[in-house]
Design a binder for this molecule. Structure first.
Ligand code: PHE
Ligand code: ZN
Length: 846
């Protein structure tokens, strides 16, 4: 077995486990520091395996006894698990272990949060609960008995029976251990029911801490909407008598799809108009859908090994994005997703952490729950659907569910159903799963003899993960417009497969204007000298219309940063025209007022060989916002006034869009009126969207102190709202102040640094504050490194994820690079650094 030196695990080394697990019986005697877990597991030799080594994973367990078929055995125990001699025929393994949930600050395995017990087992947390073959291809039914003095005792599946101080649950669906869950505590249930299309009645419950009862209704509705949608769109019905969701304060991620017992970070499920913003509501709806959709894509069909993570995550993200598009506005959702993809996934793909959607090696799997696996994984499925068409996609998915229900699968299985359903050869397409890096697609145009020709050249920059990238299959959606803006060719999908390829469009009596990569049909960097002004005015594709505004803003900002030029008048006028078009969705117009993020600008500068100067980038963005405010000065008061809502608050897309535009207008207006309108909005706000937006404006205007104090007094007892209070102060600080603000907040009595939400709200906000984090003296780097070093022994998973703040270090000037390198080395040399953080720092530093 392995000892201290981290080992690399390879996809190519996969072998099946030597034994099948026929059934699992667990009994928990809960006690904060000495919980006893009794396991009775039926094993039989796996006919498909050759290696019969009986190795059970186990970490931080005290083994009290072990038996095989009732006879005491003495297994060989290491820090990673145990081995034991076993019979060559089916046998029953029994073990008793002791664990310490109260001391579990890593939030993996069985732990305590706010007085309750809960579990997190994905990816490899079950081995911290009992000895087990903790790998996703080992699937079994589970029966779980919980003994504990708690009114609520939950596990997966259906309730068998319960009494005072105990409950027994049975999950009839075979599942891997990473989907195991247990919850115990003094919780309040918000209940509802749902009847599936198959006529099965399902009891739904959302369990929360006392005091949070008022924040359950929206999540419950989102759950029911998700259940209906999955029946209608994918033909998938729920398959147990109960579906439970539990809100937990201390959680490393957003939420977890445990079979029949989803566990959520409280921030990803609890919502009320007074405490949650419209963006919170939309995110909660999407996460509830995501976890629910996992019941089929992840649970009924799971992953053979963790290299196949995108099999469940890419598909489930794709499904939740379809859901949000259906529930709300499809173009608005698409634009938001692309902003996010460029901000997080492109950054990853273009730096030292680049890895394929299906990685081929890892040291710590927790480090691969990435934007590449999730978001690029979803983009790959979107491309597949674009290439084969909606009908064939549906047929392939039906075949996937049919063929693989109950199995642990691979990307090969996934692609095979598409090949079988469509007759298409996906050999080349599969490179999207195996190659890292963001492809660049450069496009040139010619026009001759009424024929318009586009020549597309693809190039993926080589990376450590993929030194020799090969051409990909890239679906490029293209439309053509004439000079008046009328569409002369509807959207066509060009299939680019070669390094360079031309497509001719005959019969155009005048040179058309091309709208390329409509709806962002592939996750690439497009290089095309498009007529952005014309497209901003006329494009019939809402994504590309927005994209044209974005491209003009980017070009203008780049010129301002590098040459000090004034904001582009055509851009400002073009945006003004769009904003005045009352026929356009307010949410869409609000997006039009957005500017590229500062780190996106840094990436663009770096890509073309310039060294980004964070302060210059910040100044250019401020200059552009001032110019927008000036250009729109006559419009803003009316725009603001027209987008206030009289009646009751609803978190729906329509109202949210109104508020988004109203608040975008407020933000610009604050540059003109010094914050008077914002103060009035703050004073009269009755929902968090309005209150928080006004507070942000006041801070930016330099007059936020009174409102911040008022906000703290109003919300000091609400953990989720106080996360906003911590985060906003850092996020809205002037570059010179961001580090000091963050530092002061870490000394605040409510800075509970062991809570991942609070830690991220404060230090994550610093990392996201481009000019603040990159303060020239290195103080931002040092502060973050100090806290990562402090958090690592307590919570390696959250520490490792936050190391990614340093992934762009090579973009910057020599002085900043050496300041960041120094902090990376300081973290790396910390004694007993976790495997998680060691792997991240090593990859980033190289
Ligand atoms: N599987 C979870 C999801 O995508 C994410 C998660 C991973 C949560 C690991 C906890 C731990 O929905
Ligand atoms: Zn997921």
């Amino acid at each position: 077995m392995r000892d201290a030196a981290p080992q690399t695990i390879y996809l190519a080394d996969y072998t099946p486990f030597g034994f099948d697990v026929d059934e699992v019986h667990l009994t928990f005697d809960l006690a904060p520091s000495a919980t006893h877990v009794r396991a009775r597991i039926r094993f039989s030799p796996n006919p498909d395996a050759t290696d019969r080594t009986f190795f059970l994973h186990g970490e931080n367990l005290t083994l009290l006894s072990a038996k095989i078929d009732g006879e005491t055995v003495k297994p060989k125990v290491t820090s990673e698990g145990l081995t034991c001699d076993v019979p060559s025929i089916p046998f029953t393994w029994e073990s008793l272990v002791q664990i310490d949930p109260a001391a579990n600050t890593a939030l993996e395995g069985l732990y305590q949060s706010g007085g309750m017990y809960c579990t997190q087992c994905e990816a490899e947390g079950f081995r911290k609960i009992t000895y087990y073959p903790d790998r996703p291809d080992v699937m079994s039914t589970f029966t779980v008995r919980i003994n504990g003095p708690h009114p609520v005792l939950l596990s997966n599946g259906n309730l068998v029976s319960s009494g005072d101080g105990w409950a027994e649950w049975h999950d009839p669906w075979r599942k891997p251990a990473y989907l195991f869950a247990l919850v115990a505590g003094d919780l309040i249930a918000h209940r509802d029911t749902f009847t599936t299309m198959e006529g099965r009645k399902v009891d739904l419950a959302l369990y929360v801490r006392p005091g949070d009862e008022g924040k359950c209704a929206f999540g419950m509705q989102a759950l029911k909407d998700s259940m209906v949608w999955d029946e209608k769109v994918y033909g998938r019905a729920y398959d147990l008598e109960v579906f439970n969701i539990v809100a937990v304060d201390d959680f490393n991620m957003g939420a977890m799809e445990n079979k029949g017992l989803n566990i959520f970070n409280a921030s990803a499920v609890l919502a009320s108009p007074e405490t949650s913003t419209d963006m919170n509501f939309e995110r909660i709806e999407a996460i509830i859908a995501h976890e629910y959709f996992h019941n089929w894509t992840g649970n009924r069909i799971t992953c053979r090994d963790w290299f196949q993570l995108c099999l469940k995550e890419g598909l489930t993200v794709y499904r939740d994005s379809q859901f949000t598009s259906d529930m709300r506005s499809a173009p608005v959702k698409r634009i938001g997703d692309v902003i996010d993809l460029r901000g997080r996934q492109f950054t990853e793909d273009q730096g030292p952490l680049a890895h394929p959607v299906r990685p081929e090696s890892f040291q710590e799997i927790n480090n691969f729950y990435t934007a590449t696996v999730y978001e690029k994984g979803a983009e790959v499925i979107g491309m597949l659907r674009t290439l084969v068409g909606a009908d064939a996609y549906k047929r392939a998915l039906d075949m996937y569910f049919d063929r693989h229900d109950g199995q642990a699968c691979t990307i090969e299985d996934w692609l095979q159903v598409f090949e079988d359903a469509t007759g298409r050869d996906l050999t080349q397409f599969k490179r999207w799963y195996s190659q890292a890096g963001t492809p660049h697609l450069s496009v040139t145009e010619t026009y001759k003899n009424a024929t318009y020709t586009l020549t597309l050249t693809q190039h993926t920059p080589p990376s450590a993960a993929t030194p020799d990238p090969q051409p990909l299959v890239i679906p490029v959606a293209v439309g053509l417009l004439d000079a008046s803006g009328a569409e002369v060719m509807e959207t066509q999908v060009l299939e680019v497969t070669d390094a360079t390829q031309s497509f001719a469009f005959a019969g155009h009596s005048e040179k058309p204007t091309a709208s390329i990569l409509r709806n962002f049909s592939a996750p690439v960097v497009l290089e095309f000298d498009a007529d952005h002004a014309a497209l901003l005015a006329h494009d019939t594709d809402p994504f590309n219309r927005w994209e044209s505004g974005r491209a003009l803003a980017l070009a203008s900002l780049m010129a301002a940063i590098t040459k000090g030029t004034a904001p582009d008048a055509d851009y400002l006028q073009g945006i003004a025209t769009v904003l005045r078009d009352e026929s356009l969705d307010p949410a869409y117009r609000a997006l039009m007022l957005g500017l590229p993020g500062q780190s996106e600008l840094a990436a663009a500068l770096h890509r073309r060989g310039d060294t980004p100067d964070p302060q210059a980038i910040y100044d250019a963005v401020q200059g552009m916002k001032d110019a927008l405010a000036q250009t729109l000065q006559d419009d803003l008061p009316g725009l603001y006034a027209r987008h206030q809502i009289e009646g009751a608050y609803a978190p729906d897309a329509e109202q949210a869009g109104m508020r988004a535009l109203g608040n975008a207008a407020l933000s610009l207006l604050t540059r003109l009126d010094g914050g008077d309108t914002a103060q009035a909005q703050y004073d009269s706000a009755t929902n968090m969207t309005q209150q928080l937006a006004a507070l942000a404006c006041l801070i930016r205007a330099g007059r936020g102190d009174a409102a911040l104090a008022d906000f703290e007094a109003q919300w000091k007892d609400d953990r989720l709202v106080m996360d906003k209070w911590f985060g906003l102060q850092v996020g809205e600080a002037k570059p010179d102040d961001a580090v000091d603000t963050a530092k002061a907040l870490t000394r605040h009595s409510d800075f509970n640094w062991k809570n991942p939400n609070r830690f991220r709200a404060t230090l994550g906000a610093l990392a996201a504050h481009h000019a603040g984090f990159h303060a020239a003296d290195g103080s931002g780097y040092a502060l973050l490194a100090d806290w990562l070093i402090k958090l690592d022994p307590v919570n390696p998973q959250t520490t490792a994820r936050m190391c990614s703040a340093f992934q762009t270090w090579r973009r910057y000037d020599q002085i900043r690079q050496s300041l960041m390198a120094k902090e990376l080395d300081r973290i790396a040399s910390t004694p007993n650094l976790s495997r998680d953080t060691t792997e991240m720092i090593t990859r980033i530093r190289n």
